[in-house]
Design a protein around this ligand. Sequence first.
Ligand code: PGA
Length: 249
Amino acid sequence: MRQKIIAGNWKMNNDKEETKSLINSLKSISFSKDVKVMIAPSYIHLSDAAEMLKDHKIDVLAQNMHFLNNGAYTGEISPQMLKSIGISKVILGHSERRIYYNETENSLKQKIKAAIESNFEIIFCFGEQLSDRKKGKHFDLIKNQLKIPLFHLESNSWKRIILAYEPVWAIGTGETATPNQVQEMHSFIRGLIKQNYNDDLANRISILYGGSVKSKNSKEIFSQDDVDGGLIGGASLDFSEFVKIIESI
Ligand code: PGA
């Protein structure tokens, strides 16, 4: 049985008070045992979030991290630093990191390696641009985005990987991929894992969808066979919207 997951990526939003207040509201809800809820507050509030959720089922994720544990890298945060405040889950490869901070398949390979060595659980994001889809290149592109960072890993390391398909054209745009487009891509991704590893592993990996998921479209997307949950951006900042999305899975 694959783990169902709803993760909220807060990006560069919510100050200290807003962070605490949203966490307190989420703590007051009892979600179904079948779904794993995660939130990714900004770096500066991770320590507060980890402390507030120490004995709670909601997991805290970092939105990014460096691949080294220390060194002269101004502005960066290391796996060891995250571990020291009780964080052992991280989002890697988000399209905003790829677009604005030049993350590449090779730099992500280093980050994945470091994350696995430090026993992190990873939500690995990938997705095509609209121009790739229009040219019919989206399947090849997704295959390449997975190949370099992930397909060299031994199968045991995949216990730590959650995949998140996020078509760039659907992120923050209000334009969602149709349930059919999502299912088609998720099934393709599961097929790639079968080819590179085996059926058992492919059937255990949770594959999330991200890109303008709202409570009005979440149920239909989550009901697709190969969709195991969502990575939610904008809608995760709104308490009642996020709760409705969690309840729709
Ligand atoms: P969105 O963001 O839900 O605001 O489209 C999704 C994401 O970037 O993970």
